[in-house]
Design a protein around this ligand. Structure first.
Ligand SMILES: Nc1nc2c(ncn2[C@@H]2O[C@H](COP(=O)(O)OP(=O)(O)O)[C@@H](O)[C@H]2O)c(=O)[nH]1
Ligand SMILES: [Mg+2]
Length: 278
């Protein structure tokens, strides 16, 4: 059975998209996971560059802002289900611009319409958790807000993420009169190792970004929240991590499933999408 599962992988700059792709690809190559590559992938440059850095125990450079490439990976799972993963790599600034400029480039419009699954990468550690209405009582704003704050107003990172989802939903013409089954939404909390937490991924999202979580839960039937540490630890761009280089990048990285179970197979968030996909 062939199904084309086109994944819309959304994440702002520095969320970990490129390193996740590189580690994912490495897992497919060494066959240490639930998925197998079953044909010739295209457009691998961005990921192979990242992979050669990882092989030396280093992290790779930032993806330039204007880059957008789609890499297509034909894969099968253990039950023989076939899918084509369309794994995009792009400068995450494009995502931020969608929201701040309120304009959707044509190329993004197509991607949104074609996607069967949305995977949203959020790096909690780098989000500003500054106060907003959802963490402070309203009076404290009335008292504190200086007159000239209007012009410099910028939505919180949380509000911007909600706005992004709203824009994507609008663009794809989804009606929100009842919770969505498709496109399915997976929220991946990236760089999980930085968080040093023992909370379950959905609980952590609920406590750190309550407005986003409430938006997601009221608009999707069963959103999934998974923790991901694609690298397992921080790597420098210049000083190689010798253990990494010696053991190989495929020995590092893990996911934390919604029930808290840790698994070294970082392809699981994607593999889950194939199981009941249509
Ligand atoms: N600690 C830690 N750092 C990570 C992880 N994944 C990526 N990073 C770092 O986060 C930064 C951004 O990653 P990158 O994949 O380039 O993000 P992108 O802009 O979304 O493509 C890089 O400096 C990576 O080394 C991880 O799992 N753990
Ligand atoms: Mg990148």
């Amino acid at each position: 059975m062939t199904s084309q599962r086109t994944i819309l992988l959304v994440g702002e700059s520095n969320a970990g998209k490129t390193h996740f792709g590189a580690q994912f690809l490495k897992r497919l190559m060494v066959k240490g996971c639930a998925l197998k590559m079953s044909g010739a992938p295209t457009n691998l440059e961005a990921f192979t560059t990242a992979l050669s850095c990882l092989t030396e125990g280093k992290s790779t450079d930032h993806t330039p802002a204007n880059v957008y490439v789609e890499s297509v990976w034909p894969i099968t799972d253990e039950a023989g289900r076939y899918a084509e993963l369309v794994w995009p790599d792009y400068g995450g600034e494009q995502v931020r611009n969608l929201v701040t400029q309120r304009r959707i480039p044509a190329a993004w419009r197509e991607r949104v319409l074609e996607a069967t699954d949305w995977v949203l990468l959020i790096r909690l550690h780098s989000l500003r958790s500054e106060d907003d209405l959802f963490s402070r009582p309203l009076q404290s704003f009335a008292a504190a807000a200086p007159q000239d704050e209007q012009s410099g107003y910028e939505p919180s990172d949380q509000a911007r993420t909600v706005e992004l989802l709203q824009m994507l939903l609008y663009l794809a013409h989804f009606h929100l009169d009842r919770p969505l089954r498709k496109p399915r939404l997976t929220i991946v909390l990236s760089c999980w190792d930085e968080l040093e937490t023992t909370e379950l991924p959905p609980d952590l999202l609920a406590s750190q970004l309550p407005m986003l979580w409430s938006f997601v839960r009221s608009n999707w039937v069963s959103p999934i929240v998974i923790g991901l540490s694609a690298l397992e630890r921080a790597l420098s761009k210049t000083d190689p991590d010798l253990e990494y280089a010696a053991r190989g990048p495929e020995e590092f990285g893990y996911v934390v499933l919604p029930d808290g179970v840790k698994n070294t197979d970082i392809t699981l968030p994607i593999q889950r999408l194939m199981v009941d996909g249509t």
